[in-house]
Design a binder for this molecule. Structure first.
Ligand code: GDP
Length: 525
């Protein structure tokens, strides 16, 4: 098979949802279809429940699971599918944001009882930054949920994306009959069973058979619904979906394996194969002969004796070959990847070659950072892997002066892994760690002690946001820095950051310094 064919058969995607909407269950059913696992219950949820707070065993277990299920590759029909797992817990949202930079599309799971939830909204914002194509799966139709029209209206409103139903439910909850595929014009009947593999019956919406199958009232309702949908929504346009403008919507019940095959069959047909990506210098096409890729995730090894880590690399162009020398653009040096790993479902195996869309794991002893680009020598860097301003900030207080080196090393490595962000104040070199959720502090403290033998405490800071600053006028920028010295810090890459103490104060500063741009992500033009 040539490079073009390898690219054409790949689909790399992520499933996003608010916790408990059914992401793990759906993942498992997809893997069953791919033959990657044999029985239900094989996929462990990688989520941390709220009660796991302060429960170190739970955190460690979670870290173990999340390596195992980080990337699940499987084949379905002629397609090689790479499914990237995203932590559902909001405290690890940053990890999810970064993983979304490595996918080409997403499936969004929504609970029909709860509708659009907070975490879904946030994740959708990230998808919109890159116009990532989204397919919506409304789950748990075996339960009494909200009216389907209300649900899709809510998606349009809260997620700010147009939708186009491609299937439609017939009743719900105890009387749920199944779905009608508006795409294939076929009826899929629901039988409540864990092993259902539904058969599609080709039934025209006006065929009296429909009444026999689902009952007169349901048939009548369905006809009215479908008429309304076809009247209100324009025909599904695949290009609008690929441009991230329209999300096709499916209904089903993941736990009953209902509506999943239909989702998967449509997914492989419409979801995009790997596409071009931007770098600092030029746009790189996947079909280019030379290998390029970037690191989007780093995971520390479980074994504290060996400090090696696994870096997850997304291949963007060309072919990866084991044992070749590749160029580490940031460090301007060659690296030989002799022990890269492929992720197939839950196994990890040594990879000889891999193609755009694939994710490979590289064992690393500290050379690689999130966002690093690897090439065959060309000096380009992939963009679109920003840091976002954290929400909670705390100063690091070293409690054991004898272990200062260990603390510094530990902090540095944990930050490179993307566990949190470190900001170092220009004045006094105070170190402040920023996170999305409080649970991350507990992870940091625990791992510093456990892996680096350093003892640190975290002291709350009243900081509202970290804003990356820039200006077209270097003089003005310097003036600003001088006048706000006490609030100026540098991020891990040495970029200038203004630590704003409150929303109101930030607003005032912005008004007073119109020549300064304040950015809430580390990447800006
Ligand atoms: P995640 O947090 O998004 O990964 O959600 P899970 O897949 O762990 O599902 C959360 C709960 O919802 C579990 O108890 C599942 O068994 C249940 N669940 C998933 N899909 C369905 C469904 O279609 N119907 C019903 N009734 N429950 C479901």
């Amino acid at each position: 098979m040539n490079l073009e064919q390898e690219i054409a058969k790949r689909r790399t995607f992520g499933i996003i949802s608010h916790p408990d909407a059914g992401k793990t269950t759906l993942t498992e059913k997809l893997l069953l279809f791919g033959g990657a696992i044999q029985k239900a219950g094989a996929v462990k949820s990688s989520k941390i429940k709220d009660h796991a707070r302060s429960d170190w065993m739970e955190i460690e277990k979670q870290r173990g699971i999340s390596v195992a299920t980080s990337v699940m590759g499987f084949n379905y029909r002629d397609v090689k599918i790479n499914l990237l797992d995203t932590p559902g817990h909001k405290d690890f949202a940053e990890d999810t944001y970064r993983t979304l930079t490595a996918v080409d599309s997403v499936i969004m799971v929504i609970d029909c009882v709860k509708g659009v939830e907070m975490q879904t909204e946030k994740l959708m914002e990230v998808c919109r930054m890159r116009n990532t194509p989204v397919i919506c799966f409304i789950n748990k139709l075996d339960r009494e949920g909200r009216d389907p029209f209300d649900l899709i209206d809510e998606i349009e409103e809260k997620l700010d994306i147009k939708v186009r139903p491609l299937s439609w439910p017939i009743s719900m909850g105890k009387t749920f009959k199944g779905v009608y595929s508006l795409y294939e014009k076929s009826l899929h009947l629901f039988t409540p069973s864990k092993i259902t593999i539904e058969e599609g019956l080709e039934v025209d919406i006006n065929d009296p058979q429909l009444d026999e199958r689902v009952g007169e009232n349901n048939a009548k309702q369905l006809r009215a619904d479908v008429e309304l949908i076809e009247g209100v929504y324009p025909d599904f346009n695949i290009q609008d979906y690929l441009d991230g403008k329209v999300a096709p919507v499916f209904f089903g019940s993941a736990v009953n394996n209902f509506g999943v095959k239909e989702l998967l069959d449509t997914f492989i047909r419409i979801a995009p194969p790997p596409v071009e990506r931007e770098t600092t210098v030029r746009v790189v096409e996947p079909e280019e002969k030379k290998f390029t890729g970037f690191i989007f995730k780093i995971h520390a090894n479980m074994d504290p004796q060996h400090r090696n880590r696994i870096a997850f690399l997304r291949i963007c162009s060309g072919k990866f070959e084991r044992g070749s020398n590749y160029y580490h653009v940031r460090q301007e040096k060659n690296l030989r990847f002799s022990n890269a790993t492929a992720f197939m479902a839950q196994d990890r195996e040594t990879v000889e070659e891999a193609f755009p869309g694939d994710i490979i794991g590289i064992y690393d002893t500290g050379n690689l950072k999130i966002g690093d680009t690897i090439t065959e020598g060309e000096k380009v860097m992939y963009t679109g892997i920003p840091s976002f301003s954290p929400e909670i900030f705390k100063e690091v207080i070293n409690l054991d002066a004898m272990k200062t080196k260990q603390l510094e090393k530990g902090l540095l490595q944990l930050m490179e892994e993307g566990v949190a962000q470190l900001f170092t104040y220009e004045l006094g070199k105070r170190k402040v760690v920023g996170v999305v959720g409080a649970l991350q502090f507990e992870v940091i403290q625990f791992r510093l002690k456990n892996e680096y033998n350093a003892t640190a405490e975290f002291q709350s800071q009243s900081i509202y946001k970290a804003c990356w600053i820039s200006s077209d006028d270097p003089k003005k920028l310097n003036e600003f820095i001088d006048s706000k010295q006490r609030h100026i810090a540098r991020d891990k890459d040495g970029k200038l950051v203004f630590m704003a103490e409150s929303r109101a104060w930030l607003q005032m500063v912005q008004d007073n310094f119109p020549e300064i741009q304040f950015h809430f992500t580390s990447e800006f033009k």
